[in-house]
Ligand binder design. Structure first.
Ligand code: NAD
Length: 506
């Protein structure tokens, strides 16, 4: 609960994290909290020269950091996880202030950072390559993995810190410095995270200057990172539109790229589904974070035999969900990020109506000042898989459609551009396996009896098609932050050539 103006709460929270930056720069970039729609800070943005200086400093840091043994690099990440635990509440509050998430979701995002750090600490002793059988006697062949270089991380507003940490925890143990360009809508959380990491660096002792840096600014600052041949890897999270610009630019200079872009995630509700569990999973997947997760459930295909069971129950849940200020109430749904998001939502709902859709909810809620945008999540019964259903609208809209045959549902499921996350709700083993098979969901994440959102860090995270094909976080995602060398060593006194080639000189 708040008893003070939001600006004062913001600056106290930042101070608690250790932020010393100037937060009131005349004529600077305004940071607006979606909770009230009011400015909570005004920051100086980096220019191109500042970005180039940061890249140069990171390049120097790389020369030192790549020679530090990986388990020692892991020690820095272990200390960072300790500092994150100490600052969990403050960072969680910053996420709520800047992105409008409920306290539980704000804290959840920080927990995700702690989890990936713990994962990365273990990983720092497991950066292994293969030893491969060679056809030549007296030879040994192996793969080694080396640090890659400077990593540029560009992030979206809706996850203001966890994706940075997925990248940074891995990059640091892999031997790479990181330059972070957070969303221009959420730079304060970034400054807070950087301050917490700097505390860990001070305890660590000999981390080089420039190992982790934050660049404040909009797309132009991101573009300077993207264009620099001195940035070995660009990991960019955001809209498909952004990826369509960034991907080709990095490819043109033969840089490496991880793209984590938009999704149009769906669930399929089968006749045998556990209805209570399905209802709860769909409600969180579609309405949680006010529909502003890349993995938000946006489409639901319901078998005709259970449509009249699940849809009325969903309508009831939509009607009763609480919408409100995440800092002052226990509401489950917070604000949209801004007016543009609200207008995009209303336009999609109008388009759906024009195509015969029946809209339940979606109206603006009188919560907070006029400058804040709170909406009732919308459930839209659609006659066809068409129009706005085929694209991502970054707002809480769930389009519901009937199906009679699983193959038809799968066809529609895979028809869209996004390929991020998907779910099937069934207790039928055959349906479950078909969904997970080569002819099933074409997404990077395919779940059974779980909603589309809320992934754990242990698995590789990312999606196919217009989601960009990148993978971050767990599993073997670390390989993207390293370069691979194949080494063949001849310990014999002969020089046999591969494939039996003869080249004898006298
Ligand atoms: P956005 O694309 O508007 O901005 C994302 C980031 O890219 C920002 O930091 C922005 O400054 C930067 N940017 C924009 N244009 C750029 C350019 N030309 N060059 C360099 N940088 C540029 O996205 P948003 O509105 O902040 O976030 C919402 C979108 O992000 C949704 O589409 C959502 O699905 C997606 N998202 C995807 C994932 C994922 O992991 N797949 C996670 C979170 C969000």
């Amino acid at each position: 609960m708040l008893t003070k103006p939001l600006k004062a709460v913001t600056s106290e929270t930042l101070e608690a994290c250790g932020v010393t930056a100037e937060l009131e720069v005349a004529g600077g970039m305004e940071v607006i909290s979606p909770v009230t729609g009011e400015a909570v800070a005004s920051l100086a943005a980096h220019d191109v020269a500042g970005t180039e200086a940061a890249i140069a400093l990171a390049g120097q840091a790389f020369r030192t950091w790549r020679m530090v043994p990986a388990p020692r690099r892991g020690e820095l990440v272990r200390l960072f996880a300790e500092e994150l635990r100490k600052s969990k509440e403050d960072l969680g509050r910053m996420v709520s202030i800047e992105a409008g998430k409920s306290p539980s979701e704000g804290l959840g995002e920080v927990q995700e950072m702690i989890d990936i750090c713990d994962f990365a600490v273990g990983l720092s002793r497991q950066l292994y390559g293969l030893t491969i059988a060679t056809e030549r006697p007296g030879h040994r062949m192996m793969e080694t993995w080396h640090p890659l270089g400077v990593v540029g991380v560009i992030t979206a507003f809706n996850f203001p810190c966890a994706p940075w940490c997925w990248n940074t925890a891995l990059a640091l143990v892999c031997g790479d410095p990181v330059i972070w360009k957070p969303s221009e809508k959420t730079p304060l959380t970034a400054l807070a995270c950087q301050a917490v990491l700097e505390r860990a660096m001070a305890r660590f002792g000999d981390a080089p200057d420039g190992l982790s840096q934050v660049l404040v600014g909009g797309p132009e600052v991101g573009a300077a990172l993207v264009d620099s041949p001195k940035v070995a890897l660009i990991s960019a999270t955001g809209s498909t539109r952004m990826g369509q610009i960034v991907g080709p630019k990095v490819a043109a200079r033969f840089g490496k790229c991880i793209l984590e872009l938009g999704g149009n995630n769906a669930g399929i509700v089968c006749p045998s589904a556990d209805m209570d569990m399905t209802l709860r999973a769909v409600a969180f997947g579609a309405m949680g974070t006010a529909g502003q997760r890349c993995t938000t459930m946006r489409r639901l295909f319901v078998h005709e035999s259970v449509y009249d069971q699940i849809v009325p129950a969903l309508k009831k849940a939509y009607g009763s969900v609480t919408v409100g200020n995440p800092l002052e109430t226990q509401a489950l749904v917070g604000p949209l990020i801004d007016k543009t998001a609200y207008e995009g939502m209303q336009a999609a709902l109008e388009e759906a109506k024009g195509l015969g859709g029946t809209v339940h909810g979606g109206e603006r809620e009188a919560v907070g000042p006029e400058s804040a945008y709170y909406v009732k999540p919308a459930l839209v019964e659609m006659p066809d898989h068409a129009g706005p259903v085929l694209r991502e609208t970054f707002a809480p809209i769930l389009y519901v459609m009937k199906y009679s045959d699983l193959d038809d549902a799968l066809e529609m499921h895979n028809e869209v551009g996004g390929g991020l996350s998907s779910s099937i709700f069934t207790t039928d083993l055959r349906e479950m396996e078909i969904f997970l098979s080569a002819r099933g969901s074409d997404c990077g994440i395919a779940n059974v009896n779980i909603g589309t959102s809320g992934a754990e860090i242990g698995g590789a995270f990312g999606g196919e098609k217009e989601t960009g094909g990148g993978r971050e976080s767990g599993s073997d995602a670390w390989r993207a932050y390293m370069r691979r060398a194949t080494n063949t060593i001849n310990y014999s006194s002969e020089l046999p050539l591969a494939q039996g080639v003869v080249f004898d000189i006298d």
